[in-house]
Design a protein around this ligand. Structure first.
Ligand code: 8IG
Length: 291
């Protein structure tokens, strides 16, 4: 017998006894796949509800050990719809962490980027899974290029808004979602209670994977951007659709192209991230406890 269309291209997964729908099949409802993934996470972690989700981007992975007690950790490839990470410097695991407040956090170190070419559904699957796992808040972190000269590499910045230059959306069909105050002013206020010196800026998402030309960075600046990166905006849109409150934070790991006289390198990004890891990890842990 041939399988139903859109069914069972994923490998075996624990916590499910039904056929796993294929996220990439146009006939598959991505929210159904997220429900299956959330059920697997419940089964794997024995945690019924994760109240907060945290996506760890470049430079933020040290936070995973500082947030609280890791209750369970699994490879992204063990949960339906998640992909193994494409890149060195990106963690590929998903953790269930018990916070000191008694809340449970789903810590997603396995981000799929648009530039991987796996489609927008994969990019936002972690967000939809977090919502299905019970999260009401998502913290999106990333490494980014800084347009503001005064932001030295290693500076954490709160995202106040975004400009999506990817020419795509995670929403399908006539789904008109309001994005006013997408990066919750309430949550930014809580973050600034932890560190009053935190700066804020507008994040501009490019598709990548190349970095910008200096002219593109000047364009991003003139249209109101302060940070350039290759993630987060699409995830934030999906989070708003799913009813999540969003806190976004960038770690400036490099000055954007043309702002600094030296060319960009991925090695520099990793190095700066590593140097800032402890500091921003502690900052993130303190903020998450206050949410
Ligand atoms: I880390 O300068 C990091 N990610 N687009 N530009 C873009 N993405 C980035 C950059 C950058 N630095």
């Amino acid at each position: 017998m041939s399988p139903a269309p859109g069914a069972a291209r994923e490998p075996d997964h624990p916590g499910t006894d039904r056929e796993v729908p294929d996220l990439d099949h146009p006939g598959t409802d991505p929210f159904t796949v997220a429900e299956v993934a959330a059920a697997q996470i419940r089964a794997l972690s024995c945690v019924d509800r994760h109240e907060v989700a945290i996506v760890l981007g470049s430079g933020w992975s040290a936070a995973a050990d500082l947030l609280g007690e890791t209750v369970a950790e699994f490879a992204a490839g063990d949960v339906v719809g998640f992909c193994a990470p494409a890149l060195a410097g990106h963690v590929g695991s998903i953790r269930s962490v018990l916070l000191p407040t008694g809340a449970h956090a789903l810590v997603i170190g396995a981000r799929t980027h648009l530039y991987e070419g796996k489609g927008v559904r994969r990019v936002v699957h972690g967000i939809r899974t977090a919502a299905a796992a019970g999260a009401g808040i998502v913290v999106l972190t990333n490494g980014a290029g800084g347009i503001e000269e005064s932001w030295a590499p290693g500076t954490p910045v709160l995202i106040s808004d975004h400009i999506n230059l990817t020419a795509t959306s995670p929403l399908e069909g006539a789904t008109f979602v309001d994005l006013t105050d997408l990066y919750s002013s309430r949550l930014r206020g809580l973050a600034r209670e932890i560190d009053a010196t935190l700066e804020e800026g507008v994040y501009v998402q490019f598709r990548g994977p190349h970095y910008e030309t200096p002219a593109e960075v000047q364009m991003a600046r003139r249209i109101g951007g302060h940070l350039v990166g290759m993630s987060t905006a699409l995830e934030a849109i999906a989070a708003r659709q799913a009813g999540l409150e969003v806190l976004g934070m960038s770690l400036v790991t490099n000055l954007a192209a043309g702002i600094s006289p030296t060319p960009l390198s991925h090695a520099e990004v990793i190095e700066t991230g590593a140097a800032a890891a402890g500091r921003v990890g502690h900052l993130l842990a303190r903020i998450v406890r206050a949410l």
